[in-house]
Design a protein. Structure first.
Length: 152
């Protein structure tokens, strides 16, 4: 067994070990590239060609299979509490004014500090808004054009 074949086998084992340890689709692409490089080393191809095959195969695997793999591996991912806020409707319970740094909304019975998506927009109490993002412990909201003001 040649020295380069041993090197590529070590790279293959390390890449698989990292993948098993993280389960995050971080190094499996390099394991594929290392496997091809092992085969190239078994046929005594030049080292520069082995390295080129490793890089090209790893890159191709990453570009063409990663989107599909991520789609299938993350389909059962449950959003956290904060992530689940995005897209929900909220009601302004304390006027929102970014310049003054004030504002609160209620979402699902919980009160949150809130800021407007547009710094120039001022939102009065009772305005129905949509949560568009979360920044730290503040919800970033915009006025929901489909909803009318409610009276509180």
């Amino acid at each position: 067994m040649s020295e380069m074949m041993i090197v590529w086998l070590v790279v293959l084992i390390v890449a698989i070990g990292i993948e098993v340890g993280t389960l995050g689709l971080t190094s499996i692409w390099f394991a594929g590239g290392a496997l091809i490089a092992v085969i190239a080393a078994a046929f005594s191809l030049p080292i520069w060609l082995q390295i080129l095959l490793f890089l090209v195969v790893s890159l191709l695997l990453m570009v063409f299979t990663r989107p599909v793999a991520v789609k299938y591996f993350n389909k059962d991912r449950v959003r956290t509490n904060v992530e689940s806020m995005i897209g929900r409707q909220a009601i302004v319970i304390s006027e929102i004014d970014n310049l003054q740094g004030i504002g609160q909304v209620t979402v699902g019975g919980q009160e949150w500090s809130a800021r407007s998506e547009d710094d120039k927009q001022h939102m009065n109490v009772g305005t129905v808004v949509e949560v568009v993002a979360v920044s730290g412990v503040k919800l970033i909201v915009r006025e929901d054009p489909q909803m009318q003001k409610i009276t509180t």
